[in-house]
Structure formats: C-alpha cells, structure tokens
Design a protein around this ligand. Sequence first.
Ligand code: 4NP
Length: 161
Amino acid sequence: MVSKLLFVCLGNICRSPSAENIMNHLIKQRQLADTIICDSAGTSSYHIGSPPDRRMAAAARQRGINLVGQARQFQPRDFQEFDWILAMDRENYQNILAADPRGEHYHKVKLMCDFSRLYPDKEVPDPYYGGPEGFNYVIDLLMDTCEGLLEFVLAQDRSAK
Ligand code: 4NP
C-alpha cells in the first residue's frame, strides 16, 4: 500500500517544500521510498514555478537537507490524488477546506503541528518576512513534526492491513 502526502503552505517556497524534502529524507533513511510519496503546494499563486526560497534552502542545508522543487498551486484535484493533506498553519487549513465545500475530504486534512512531539507550536510560523532564526526554527520544528507524521502514517498503514 502506498500513502501519498501533500504538504501545503501559502507560497510553496518556504515551509511546505521544507516539509516535503525533510519527509523524503526520513523516508530514504528508513528505506520506505516504495510506500510513501510526498509532494507540496501553495494556496496562493504568488510563486508558481519558483524554486524553494534561498534563505530556507540555506537553513535546510545546515541540517543536511537539500531543498528541491518548483512551486505550484493547490488544486481541488489534489483531494482525489492524496491520502493526507498537511497544512502548515490555520489559514492554509481553512483555505484548503474552502476548496471542499461538501466536506468530503475533511478527514484527510490535518495541521502539521498535530504531529509535533517536542514543540508546543500549533502552527508552523511563516518565516518569509523575518530573519535567519525564523528559517532555522522552521527546519527544526519540521524535523520533529515529520518524525511524528511518519509514525502516524506507518501506524495507519499497519491498521489498514
Ligand atoms: P511559505 O512562505 O508560505 O512558507 O512558502 C511564504 C512565501 C511567500 C510569501 C509569504 C509566505 N509571500 O507573501 O510572497
């Protein structure tokens, strides 16, 4: 069984590509590449086609993660395509749910920080207008939440068997 995860933020150049690439890093470490597939998207159209933000990529590189990808916008078809849709903050969460007016996919949409183990945050803070410490914090928080999310997905797969 393959689980497909979609990480969503506003621009798809900072938080969600970081989550996608960190998750892929963990998946590779654990040799789970055949069972979990990741992608990311933004709720806005602001940065369509752009690579990950340079400042975000620098923070990720310091933790041994290479950020790759090209921004795209979230689309309603993603509800069919993905098993889990992970919103970085509450605004992203609301905007995703607004694209599903009948609530058919409500159960698939989660806040990323629901999977936090070590951090009290309820949202992944938007680092875009801040300094380098904000980008470093996002990487550390996502390292933790991606670990928690991976355990959740593996447990779901086990119970579905
Ligand atoms: P992201 O960060 O949602 O984590 O990709 C942002 C990127 C761009 C903007 C805001 C946040 N922006 O306003 O252009």
